[in-house]
Design a protein around this ligand. Sequence first.
Ligand code: ADP
Length: 153
Amino acid sequence: YTGKSGTQLLAEKVKHITVKHYQSRPVVVQEAASVYDAICTMFLEDVGSLFVVDKQATLVGVLSRKDLLRASLGKQSLESIPVSIIMTRMPNITVCKADDLITEVAKKLIDKQIDSLPIVTEVDYGSGFEVTGRITKTNITALLVDLANDEMI
Ligand code: ADP
């Protein structure tokens, strides 16, 4: 008997799951948008992070809840602060591709201590990324739930 252990089978299963199976839709704001606009968008769209794009729809930044809270601590009016001055900007953004393994993404989220990654495609030879999706800790939790349910069948 050379059967594989339950853990081996589970690991093999997980190692075939790619980002595109568990992605969410991205929510983006323009780089000229104000912190006030970004806060409104975050509430209306019910997401925990926003991706910032330029006029060509190229990814230029990321905004988290805490980025927006931090900007709100100042005395300045939130309508007068563009998101481009408070966002985490390229090239410091951790990204992934739709065909990346979900386990690689999970490792990036843990290593970088962040909640989400933009799913991107490259636009003409290294001139930037276009955002096609979003993958979050919640998506990874959904995968765990699916695996647990499968196991019970
Ligand atoms: P929060 O700040 O609300 O806890 P995160 O943990 O996701 O949310 O964000 C922590 C910091 O990392 C923020 O300053 C945010 O701009 C930045 N950040 C979030 N996602 C990414 C990413 N994919 N790549 C690089 N930086 C990111």
